[in-house]
Design a protein around this ligand. Structure first.
Ligand SMILES: Cc1cc2nc3c(=O)[nH]c(=O)nc-3n(C[C@H](O)[C@H](O)[C@H](O)COP(=O)(O)O)c2cc1C
Length: 329
């Protein structure tokens, strides 16, 4: 498989990044991905077994996960920092604590999301850490480039989990971003196999960012029922739910039906926030309440029909890539 600027930047063999998924990507998955020649990324709640509001505990958990990854691989890996809004004090405190731990422990790369590039880029880059910043449109990509990030992660509307309101599909977003910036581009949203990896590279990406595909792998920390739901999902089985500051793409279930009902009522956001607190992503993906709670998933779930190891996902993409490219000749 072709080496790209991202391979050089991050010191990896294949231009494939396992995207962060909150509770689901702990040290085992991250190390398995990195050992297979791609880049694993620790999620913000990697290794967590319960929800905590304790900022120090969260930081220490991240520290032990970083150390565990280092004990399982000597290859590069990344950590996700969700910046969080300044108005939500507790959000920002969590990311500040994570960045402090990242600087103390030393990690090769950080994938920054849910916030602007002006917050942490400088301090991370001064520590020699590669900064990849998630954006949802070309204007944000230019801004991230101006702030000095090493690469932008352009996430299309197909992506699982939280994303912006722009609703730009990957097919449109990637060439727009490729025209807007000179730095390397990582494409995310709906990429699950060699065909979509090839398409992303053709559109101008230098690497891909895959979440949902790695959700349904042996090493992911997702509950077996949640992995099975991804495998069973048909093409029409995800939906986007509007939240206060972002959109969430998730598998259709009792949670999304109820959330969409709430959204049709007055004062919906307040009621939805209360409902969400009881029907969290942790409950849906980690504890296995796959009907009653949120199970974020990309639209690509309909293309996933197995639960292989992370290495098999990567090896299969590499193997099939030549056949896919042959069709272009
Ligand atoms: C279950 C799940 C949890 C996610 N949690 C996070 C997260 O904690 N931080 C983040 O930046 N993105 C998160 N995302 C988004 C992914 O990092 C990535 O952008 C997305 O999965 C790419 O699209 P795909 O799912 O179609 O591959 C999550 C996605 C999923 C499916």
């Amino acid at each position: 498989m072709k080496r790209t600027r991202i391979c050089e930047l991050l010191g990896i063999e294949y231009p494939i990044i396992q995207a962060p998924m909150n509770w689901l990507c702990g040290a085992e998955l991250v190390a398995a991905v990195s050992n297979a020649g791609a880049l694993g990324t620790l999620g913000p709640n990697a290794g967590a077994k319960t929800i905590t509001t304790d900022v120090v505990e969260t930081g220490e958990r991240l520290r032990s996960q970083i150390r565990k990854v280092k004990s399982l691989t000597n290859k590069p890996f990344a950590v996700n920092v969700t910046v969080g809004s300044e108005s939500n004090f507790s959000d920002r405190e969590f990311s500040k604590q994570s960045v402090g731990v990242i600087l103390e422990e030393g990690v090769p790369a950080v994938c920054v999301s849910v916030g602007g590039p002006q917050v942490y880029t400088k301090v991370l880059k001064e520590a020699g850490i590669k900064v990849l910043h998630a954006v949802s449109n070309a204007r944000y990509a230019r801004r991230a480039e101006e702030e000095g990030v090493d690469a932008v992660i352009a996430e299309g509307f197909e992506a699982g989990g939280y994303k912006g309101f722009d609703e730009l599909p990957t097919m449109v977003l990637i060439p727009l971003v490729a025209d807007a910036v000179k730095i390397p581009i990582v494409a995310g949203g709906g990429i699950v196999d060699a065909r979509s990896v090839a398409a992303a590279l053709v559109l101008g990406a230098d690497a891909v960012y895959m979440g949902t595909r790695f959700f349904a792998t042996k090493e992911s920390d997702a509950h077996p029922k949640a992995k099975e739901l991804i495998v069973q999902a048909k093409d029409t089985d995800t939906v986007s739910v509007r939240k206060q500051h972002m959109m969430l793409r998730a598998l259709k279930n009792d949670y999304t039906t109820k959330a969409l009902e709430i959204l049709a009522r007055p004062n919906a956001m307040e009621e939805l926030a209360k409902f969400d607190a009881e029907h969290s992503i942790m409950k849906g993906t980690f504890l296995g309440d796959v009907q009653g709670s949120m199970v974020p998933s990309g639209a690509g779930a309909g293309l996933i029909s197995d639960i292989p190891s992370a290495a098999e996902v990567i090896q299969n993409i590499v193997k099939v890539m030549d056949t896919v490219l042959e069709r272009l000749k």
